[in-house]
Ligand binder design. Structure first.
Ligand code: PLP
Length: 393
């Protein structure tokens, strides 16, 4: 049976090959350190789990409204007011099956065939694929390492055509961990307003920031920018709830209504008890969120130091999320490899450290290291990478 054209253009996840290889080595009894994880290593806070259990025991196990329960929408509305000082109505919020599904649904309702979405590179692997699944065209714009991997207003303006529908801004970023400042967002926003381009602001790492500069949503800058922006967020990373699959999109009523209609025919609703869990995550004290953030911060400070001490490796210092995205091109050359992918494969085979090559994120000179594992393991990983580089020099 011939499959649909739309799936033929899908690129398999870049983490897949290396994860499969790491698994194979683990099964053969090797002590593999995996730095590929895209999720916090902490368990979901107990009070959240207990609230979901209670909801289930009380029979909250049935369909809910497609766009999410009134209670969870209210919790999200209050969170937006408290954290961003932004006012939204329930009609401007849709709860989805994780933030990934919010993005997927958004592109489905937004794009006609051939319409373009500007995707600054390095990018999260799912953006281009989701745009393609909606028959849109991802337009990659290489954000330069010299500019801390941030899209400049000039780059944005140059990449706009009469087919441009939206631009994605992901701050803090996966994979680079960099964050845009208020001024930078304002400058990008002005261009989006001038050309009437929707801003898709993926703020899933909002709570994981480690510098003096707090996270700012582009929607906070002005009423006009608020109206031009769809915010994507969720509890996966902030509350260590990746498996619960609760995310959301917030923005213009017409867009949210179309997304809700689509969800009503595709997923019906996000899982009922997971919605209770997310509601409690937002409505209860945020102590665990702060504890997790502090642990990530300590790991970042140490890992950054260890990794940048290795000859041939440089790294833009991340300000958020839980990834380092070092440039290893010098080390790769020094070690006599043709490309980063081969270097990553050899590192896994010889030293049993699994990294994700940057090629899948649109940055072939880099690798992504996740620090969502213990400090001891991170230290051991750094020792092994250093030994690998020295052994090959
Ligand atoms: N956006 C970015 C940048 C991510 O890194 C991820 C998860 O890795 C998501 C969205 C999706 O989050 P969720 O697990 O809530 O679907």
């Amino acid at each position: 049976m011939e499959l649909a054209k739309r799936v033929k253009t899908l690129t398999p996840s870049s983490t897949l090959a290396i994860t499969a290889k790491a698994k194979e080595l683990r099964q053969a009894g090797h002590d593999v350190i995996g730095l590929g994880a895209g999720e916090p290593d902490f368990n979901t806070p107990t009070h959240i789990i207990e609230a979901a259990t209670k909801a289930m025991n009380e029979g909250f196990t049935k369909y809910t409204p497609s766009g999410g329960t009134v209670e969870l929408k209210e919790a999200i509305k209050n969170k937006m007011k408290k954290d961003q000082n932004l006012d939204y109505s329930h009609e401007e919020i849709i709860v989805t099956i994780g933030a990934k599904h919010a993005l997927y649904t958004l592109f489905q309702v937004l794009l006609n065939p051939g319409e373009e979405v500007i995707v600054p590179a390095p990018y999260w692997v799912s953006y281009p694929e989701q745009v393609k699944l909606a028959e849109g065209t991802p337009i990659f714009v290489g954000a330069l390492e010299e500019n801390d991997f941030k899209l400049t207003p000039a780059q944005l303006e140059e990449s706009i055509t009469d087919k441009t529908k939206a631009v994605i801004i992901n701050s803090p970023s996966n994979p680079t961990g960099v964050m845009y400042t208020k001024d930078e967002l304002e400058a990008l926003g002005e261009i989006c307003l001038k050309h009437n381009i929707l801003i898709v602001s993926d703020e899933i790492y909002e709570k994981l920031t480690y510098s003096e500069t707090p996270h700012i949503s582009i929607a906070e800058i002005s009423q006009k920018l608020k109206e031009q922006t769809i915010i994507i967020n969720g509890v996966s990373k902030s509350h260590s709830m990746t498996g619960w699959r609760i995310g959301y999109a917030i923005g213009k009523k017409e867009i949210i209504k179309a997304m809700t209609n689509l969800a009503s025919h595709s997923t019906s609703n996000p899982t009922s008890m997971a919605q209770v869990a997310a509601e409690v995550a937002y409505n209860s004290p945020q102590d665990e969120v702060v504890v997790m953030k502090e642990a990530f911060k300590e790991r970042l400070m140490k890992l950054y130091q260890w990794i940048t001490n290795i000859p041939g490796i440089t790294c833009v210092k991340p300000k958020g999320a839980f990834y380092l995205f070092p440039n290893v091109s010098e080390a790769v050359k020094l070690n006599g490899f043709d490309n980063v992918d081969d270097w990553v494969t050899a590192l896994l085979e010889e030293e049993k450290v699994a990294l994700v090559p940057g090629s899948g994120f649109g940055a072939p000179d880099n690798v992504r290291l996740s620090y969502a594992i213990s400090l001891d393991q991170l230290e051991e990983a750094a020792v092994r990478i250093e030994r690998f580089v020295k052994n090959h020099t």
